[in-house]
Design a protein around this ligand. Structure first.
Ligand SMILES: Cc1ncc(COP(=O)(O)O)c(C=O)c1O
Length: 383
């Protein structure tokens, strides 16, 4: 081996905390209660396979197109994603991406290309946001997302009115990760009114459509900004709502005045080309076929998942009353529990695994084991 050590200047990095916690849960064996990574599991602890997307995959198998798609993505997928997000396949700038993370990356780079350099990030937030933002060459300014334990845009609005330059504002469109607590509709409306008179650019991270109140209900914030003519970027993911996490399927959409559409689309395509060229196509075909042929079944399956999440929150609230407010207000697959890292390590001795910060993915726990989880948490969160 050569004596040349070209990589010694690299400093060691902390590994990804969520993937690391998932690794520990997996290493603990099939009996572990795995509330770590944000994946929806079935009663046996396997990744939930939706019947609708499975049927779409079977149809695709025979003749799966293996070539490159156009740079923007598979046209039928783009149409399906736009319909889900906007209600109709409007001709807005839109590009397929490698999951919701890819969409965030592309959109943050697009915003960077306009000259914006800073992102206002209400925290706590998904642990990967910080990395994706800095990798796009942008700086982060954090503001508090909670006030008296409830979502609030007050700190954000104060911040916005004090800024003289345009900033990106990164918000969870629904099913906040890691808190599971979303703003009320009147709070969104107030924010929308405040944004109308500014030049700040919202980026809505939309990774959980259909897992909050419903496929249509969860688009509230997107449509509110659209109806108010607020330029806005949307990072949409098909990972969770189609159960195709590893197929890396998502879309980046941009709401902007018509005269800007052509240039925005060119930028989206060239940014994508420079990061991952074209997005993977298999998941795009699955989404397109699911939406075209198995829509009703897919809607029912998402309703079933939501009901199951609700029942699980009820069990938790019943056995651990101190969590009942959190459970009553929560949307989506996550809750953040009021426990310390030491308590989390103690829980691992009982085979219960959470993501760092006390984040619990209730979609990862079989209904049949919610009682066991709740009993395990009981001592911990009451201390
Ligand atoms: C808030 C949030 N945004 C984006 C993503 C990215 O999803 P994907 O796996 O599609 O890249 C996730 C996934 O966990 C998420 O929780």
């Amino acid at each position: 081996m050569s004596a040349f050590l070209p990589f010694t200047s690299l400093s060691p990095l902390e590994l990804d905390p969520i993937f690391e916690s998932a690794k520990s849960a997996a290493a603990a064996g099939p009996n572990a209660i795995n509330g770590t990574i944000g994946v929806i599991l079935d009663e046996e602890g396997y990744v939930l396979r939706l019947r609708s997307t499975k049927k779409a995959l079977n149809l695709l198998h025979e003749n799966e197109p293996l070539g490159y798609s156009p740079l923007a993505g598979v046209p039928e997928f783009l149409e399906a994603a736009k319909k889900l997000v906007l209600g109709s396949a409007e001709p807005i700038p839109c590009i397929a991406s490698s999951g919701g993370t890819g969409a965030l990356s592309v959109l943050l780079r697009l915003a960077h290309a306009t000259g914006i350099r800073k992102v206002i990030l209400p925290t706590p937030t998904w642990a990967n946001h910080q990395r994706v933002i800095t990798a796009a060459g942008l700086e982060i300014e954090e503001v508090e997302y909670l006030e008296n334990d409830q979502p609030s845009f007050d700190a954000l609005s104060d911040k916005l009115s004090s800024l003289t330059e345009p900033h990106i504002i990164l918000l969870h469109a629904c099913c906040h990760n890691p808190l599971g607590l979303d703003p009320l509709r009147k709070q969104w409306q107030k924010l929308s009114d405040a944004l109308k008179s500014t030049e700040h650019l919202p980026l809505l991270d939309f990774a959980y459509q259909g897992l909050g109140d419903g496929v249509e209900e969860d688009v509230y914030a997107v449509r509110l900004f659209k109806d108010a003519d607020i330029p806005c970027m949307i990072a949409w993911s098909a990972s969770k709502n189609h159960g195709i996490y590893g197929l890396r399927t998502g879309a980046a959409l941009v709401l902007a005045p018509l005269e800007e559409h052509v240039t925005i689309q060119q930028h989206l395509e060239i940014i994508s080309r420079s990061i991952f060229s074209v997005a993977p196509v298999t998941g795009q075909h699955i989404v397109a076929i699911t939406q075209e042929k198995f829509y009703d079944e897919w809607m029912q399956e998402l309703a079933d998942v939501r009901e199951s999440l609700e029942r699980k929150r009820e069990v938790l609230a019943q056995i651990v009353p101190v969590l009942s407010d959190r459970c009553a207000n929560a949307k989506g697959i996550f809750l953040t529990l009021p426990i310390t890292d030491e308590q989390s390590i103690e829980l691992q001795k009982q085979n219960i695994f959470l993501a760092p910060g006390g984040r619990l993915n209730i979609a990862g726990i079989p209904e049949g084991r919610m009682g066991e989880l709740a009993e395990g948490l009981k001592g911990c969160v009451l201390d």
